[in-house]
Design a protein around this ligand. Structure first.
Ligand code: CA
Length: 440
């Protein structure tokens, strides 16, 4: 595990992009999240950039101008319209690039380099974003034992947690074609719905539309077909983290789920944030893996590593907000549905990588692994409506008097996340938002 901090994490480091030095900013110089962007309205090909304060530094231009010469190979890979080539490079090149970008954006940079870089800065407000990577495959895990238990109780009261859960990092293979970027809108899905008292299903708009608040992990170099990744090396295969909303149609799910798991209940839309926060930026926020109760089994040897247990979890807090049509009309702020913490994940990210490749399955640069819905032990700290409303039985009353069991047309779900701890600079993940339109 490579969790050493270096000068790029120093909380005293300041940027000449002054908005980056505001303590409440998501993108201080210690963060440096990647994105693919273009100037709004131009229809240009996407370019790789890095977030700094309320701006983006155009890395393709910085690379072309020789401003990132200390990280030449990585810089060359920034002259692309997706992050895949950079993701493929691996941690040594990533760290060198991070050092070069940090030095360029630092207040300590020489005047000539600063002046050249200033001409490559665009306000985020003037940009539009594209998917950060060409996502070849998407696998969604189920790493919160609290979510697994809560949802299991609703679907199978007699056996909420299946016996494999504590041995296998359970997942399903999702779909990449319907992964959309934050800011999009989508129609409420239709599907086969069988009501409990109906003799047969009907094809109708989903009535139990839900969100799932998750983190997404972008795969780095990946492995050759047939070669598992050892858990000790797993970290080197994760490039970075985004926000992910795995929209779910609970009524479609109930009818289709057995025996092969989620299908049309999940693949109508998934939303990700445009920003990819690197594992290097998250180094100060690593923490011990979730402490399993003593009666739980120890993972099998290929899924167990002492160093991973010591620092394989990430202390990331995800805030979930609902903005209804009425709130937008009145200009009121989105309502906080929950705040959840990822550090209680039953499985670490390294365990997910080791498990996914343990049969020889190849992961490729730009593949996306979802954490699964993040829920914590306390009631109300849940990453889905089905948990927050006890399967739709107990509606939430919003501050303006509106009620929600599941999501309604016009509802917008917003995810935001931060990582913070004393003696480190707080970093954020930007936003992941999408709005539900009425069924077509
Ligand atoms: Ca999910």
């Amino acid at each position: 595990l490579t969790v050493e901090l270096d000068e790029t994490h120093d909380p005293r480091l300041l940027s000449w992009v002054e908005t980056a030095n505001d303590g409440a900013c998501d993108f201080p110089i210690q963060n440096l999240p990647f994105c693919v962007f273009r100037r709004a309205g131009t229809g240009d090909t996407g370019r790789i950039g890095v977030g700094i304060g309320n701006c983006i530094l155009d890395l393709s231009r910085a690379a072309a101008d020789g401003l990132l010469a200390d990280a030449n190979e990585a810089a060359e890979r920034c002259r692309s319209s997706t992050l895949n080539a950079l993701m493929e490079l691996g941690p040594v090149g990533w760290r060198r690039l991070r050092g070069a970008i940090s030095a360029l954006l630092s207040v300590n940079v020489v005047a000539d380099r600063r002046r050249r870089a200033e001409s490559m800065i665009l306000p985020i407000a003037d940009a539009e974003f594209l998917l950060p990577a060409n996502i070849g495959d998407f696998t969604d895990f189920f790493t919160s034992i609290f979510h697994a238990t809560n949802v299991g109780t609703l679907f199978r009261p007699e056996t909420p947690l299946l016996p494999n859960y504590k041995w296998v990092p359970v997942a399903y293979h999702g779909r990449t074609s319907s992964i959309c970027l934050s800011g999009h809108r989508f129609a409420r899905p239709k599907g086969q719905i069988k009501l409990p008292d109906a003799p047969a299903p009907a094809y109708a708009p989903c009535r139990r539309l839900d969100f799932e608040a998750e983190l997404g992990f972008f795969v780095g170099p990946g492995n050759r077909f047939g070669d598992p990744i050892a858990i000790q090396q797993s970290d080197q295969h994760v490039f970075g983290v985004c926000l992910l909303n795995d929209w779910s149609a609970r009524d479609i799910q109930t009818w289709e789920n057995q025996p092969l798991g989620p299908f049309l209940a999940k693949n109508f839309a998934s939303t990700i944030s445009p920003w990819v926060v690197t594992l290097d930026a998250l180094a100060p926020f690593r923490t011990a893996a979730y402490l399993r109760p003593p009666q739980d089994p120890r993972p099998l040897p290929h899924l167990f590593d002492a160093a991973d247990q010591a620092s394989g979890a990430f202390d990331i807090k995800v805030g979930i907000y609902l903005e209804t049509e009425a709130m937008r009309r009145l200009g009121s702020s989105p309502h906080v549905l929950a705040n959840v913490r990822f550090k209680d994940s039953y499985w670490t990210v390294a365990q997910l990588i080791a498990h996914h490749t343990s049969n020889g399955c190849n992961l490729r640069p730009g593949d996306l692994l979802g954490s699964g819905t993040i829920s914590n032990a306390e009631r109300g700290d849940n990453g889905s409506m089905i948990e927050l409303t006890d399967g739709g039985k107990n509606p939430l009353i919003l501050p303006d008097g509106e009620k929600r069991t599941f999501l309604e047309d016009g509802d917008c779900i917003i995810l935001r996340a931060t990582a913070e701890r004393p003696e480190a600079t707080r970093i954020g993940f930007g936003e992941c938002r999408a709005r539900i339109l009425s069924a077509q």
